[in-house]
Design a protein around this ligand. Structure first.
Ligand code: THG
Length: 292
C-alpha cells in the first residue's frame, strides 16, 4: 500500500501560520515526521491559492525538498500553482487532482503530460458529487477514456472515488466502498487512492482514528492501491504495512455479516467490531458509537 501523508495542509493551524509567515521550520519538521513515519509520498495542500499561488507552491515544495527526498503529491485547484510546483519537484510527482470538470481536464492534463507526472483522477463530475457506486463507475470510465485519449496511460491514473464523512450520508460511505470493489473489473490497469480522513470529518478528534483505521481495512479488502492519510497515526500505518493481520481478518469477517461474541474479544477488537458496523450502516452513527 502506498501511503501519502496529508499533514502538510494549509488548513492546519501550525502549517497555515508557517506558510503565511514564510517560516519553513514547522513545515520541514512536519515533512521529516511524515517521512520518518514511513510515508511514501507527501501531499502538499495549499488549497485554491488564488493569490500568488505559483510562488507559494514553489516555496513549500523547495522547503520540503530541503529535508526529504520523498516524492510529492501537489494538492491545489490553481493551475499556475500546480505548474510552479511541478517545475520545482525533483522526484516524479503526483498531481492531486484532475476531475471531470471540463476546465480541470483542459488545464490539468497538459501539465500531467508535460511534467511526466502521475495523477489522481477525482470522480467529481459536471454535476458535482456522484450519488452512488454506479455513478462513480460511469465517471471513472469517462475520465479514464479522456485521459487515455490525451496520451496518458492508465497506470498513471490513481482513481479517487471520494470518501465522505460517516456523520453525513451513510450511503455515500457504502458507495465509495462498493465502487472500490468494482474498480478492478472496470479498470484493471488503473491505481486507486482515497482521502481517508474525510470519513471522520466532523467526528470528535480523539475518535477519528477508529474510523480512519477501520475504513482503511475495509477498503484494503478490495485492493486499495494507496491512501492519503494522517501520518501521525502509528496504528493506521501498522495496519497498512500488514502488521495487524488478526484485526484485518476480524474486520473482514464482520463485513461478511459475522457477528462475533463480544465477550470473547479484547477491548481493542470490540472497538473495531463496533466501528465496522457503523461504517456498513448496520449501526446508526452517533459520537458515542463506541459506548453503545
Ligand atoms: N482526495 C484527494 N485529495 C484530498 C482529499 C481527498 N486532499 C485533501 C483531503 N481530501 C485529504 N487530506 C486531509 C488533510 C487533513 C484533514 C483531512 C484530510 C484533517 N485535518 C484535521 C482537521 O482539519 O481538523 C487536522 C488539521 C490540523 O492538523 O490541525 O481532518 O479526498 N485526492
Amino acid at each position: 500500500m502506498v501511503l501519502i501523508g496529508e499533514n502538510i495542509n494549509i488548513m492546519s493551524r501550525t502549517i497555515g501560520a508557517a506558510v503565511a509567515a514564510r517560516d519553513p521550520a514547522p513545515i520541514q519538521e512536519m515533512a521529516k515526521a511524515e517521512a520518518d513515519a514511513g510515508m511514501d509520498y507527501l501531499d502538499i495542500n495549499i488549497g485554491p491559492a488564488r493569490k500568488a499561488g505559483d510562488e507559494l507552491m514553489a516555496w513549500v515544495v523547495n522547503a520540503v525538498q530541503q529535508v526529504t527526498d520523498k516524492p510529492l503529491s501537489l494538492d491545489t485547484t490553481s493551475p499556475v500553482a500546480m505548474e510552479a510546483g511541478l517545475k520545482a519537484c525533483k522526484a516524479r510527482p503526483l498531481v492531486n487532482s484532475v476531475s471531470l470538470q471540463p476546465e480541470r481536464l483542459r488545464q490539468g492534463l497538459p501539465l500531467v503530460k508535460k511534467y511526466h507526472a502521475s495523477m489522481i483522477g477525482l470522480l467529481w463530475g459536471t454535476e458535482g458529487m456522484p450519488r452512488d457506486a454506479n455513478e462513480r463507475c460511469l465517471l471513472a470510465v469517462d475520465l479514464i477514456y479522456q485521459v487515455n485519449q490525451f496520451g496518458i496511460s492508465s497506470e498513471d491514473i490513481w482513481i479517487d472515488p471520494i470518501a465522505t464523512p460517516v456523520s453525513g450520508e451513510i450511503n455515500q460511505v457504502k458507495a465509495c466502498l462498493e465502487f472500490m470493489s468494482m474498480l478492478k473489473d472496470i479498470a484493471p490497469d488503473c491505481k486507486s487512492t482515497v482521502g481517508l480522513s474525510n470519513v471522520s470529518n466532523g467526528t470528535p478528534a480523539h475518535l477519528r482514528p477508529y474510523l480512519n483505521r477501520t475504513y482503511l481495512i475495509m477498503l484494503m479488502r478490495y485492493g486499495l492501491h494507496s491512501a492519503i492519510v494522517n501520518a501521525l497515526d502509528p496504528e493506521l500505518i501498522r495496519i497498512a504495512r500488514g502488521k495487524m493481520p488478526e484485526i484485518v481478518s476480524l474486520v473482514h469477517r464482520v463485513m461478511d455479516g459475522d457477528m462475533p461474541d463480544l465477550s470473547s474479544l479484547s477491548q481493542k477488537e470490540i472497538e473495531y467490531v463496533k466501528t465496522v458496523r457503523v461504517l456498513t450502516g448496520e449501526t446508526l452513527y452517533s459520537h458515542s458509537w463506541l459506548e453503545i
